[in-house]
Write a protein that binds this ligand. Structure first.
Ligand code: CA
Length: 224
């Protein structure tokens, strides 16, 4: 699960993001509305946590803009406004849920889980079927023929990215951004390492290397 957090209260933002990372989410942490909107438009996120009052562009405008551009990522609004009109405005603009500050982190987590479940249902049982592989993105396992292989969360995210782009090269930069987030201090070489882990688990014939560029999942590999 890759998540974008747009919240300008630095301390609160840090607390939220640290907790989410502990829970296994990959999180990009943004404190400015304008940058946040851009990231939401061009990054590939599964969920967005969005504050109401933000520098440069406010949360309500961000939701409206995203929905206008046809971006359907689930959005959880954070707001200090307990006024019913504000909640209605947020939901009307296209937010999926809201949480009034201050809140308990457990509640935030529960709501995010609910939102991602709702989204997963729309994606037909979380199963991706490509190139002879069936990936369950929620349970983190892949089956090929009679083999059933358990994957780590990162391996699942990696395979999902390759499957969704089957036949097309996915650059190392994009994989890195998807697995660790744009602002991660992780080593870039980790991409190759995770490709190695994944190949070790699913077999070496599926993922092809394009030297110096990235990797792709071969269209008909694994089908005999
Ligand atoms: Ca704020």
């Amino acid at each position: 699960m890759k998540l974008l957090s747009i919240e300008d209260e630095t301390q609160l933002s840090k607390t939220i993001c640290q907790m989410l990372r502990k829970e296994g989410y990959v999180v990009d942490e943004i404190t400015d509305g304008e940058i946040g909107l851009e990231m939401a438009l061009f990054g590939s996120y599964d969920l967005i946590i969005l504050d109401w009052l933000l520098p440069n562009i406010d949360g309500l405008t961000i939701v409206k803009e995203l929905r206008m551009q046809g971006i359907a990522i689930p959005i959880l609004f954070l707001t200090t406004n307990n006024r019913i009109e504000d909640k209605v405005d947020g939901l009307d603009a296209g937010a999926d849920d809201y949480l009034v500050k201050p809140f308990f982190t457990e509640e935030l987590l529960a709501r995010l889980r609910a939102l991602s479940r709702r989204k997963s249902k729309e994606l037909v049982d979380n199963n991706l079927m490509v190139a002879g592989l069936i990936l369950d993105t929620l349970k983190c396992n892949v089956s090929k023929g009679r083999d059933f292989i358990k994957l780590s969360r990162k391996e699942t995210l990696l395979l999902e990215t390759l499957m969704r782009n089957c036949g097309n090269v996915v650059t190392k930069e994009r994989i890195f951004e998807r697995l660790w987030g744009s602002y991660s201090r992780n080593e870039f070489a980790n991409v190759d390492l995770y490709i190695y882990y994944l190949r070790k688990k699913i077999g070496t014939s599926y993922i092809k290397t394009v030297r110096g560029v990235g990797y792709y999942l071969e269209n008909n590999s694994g089908i005999s």
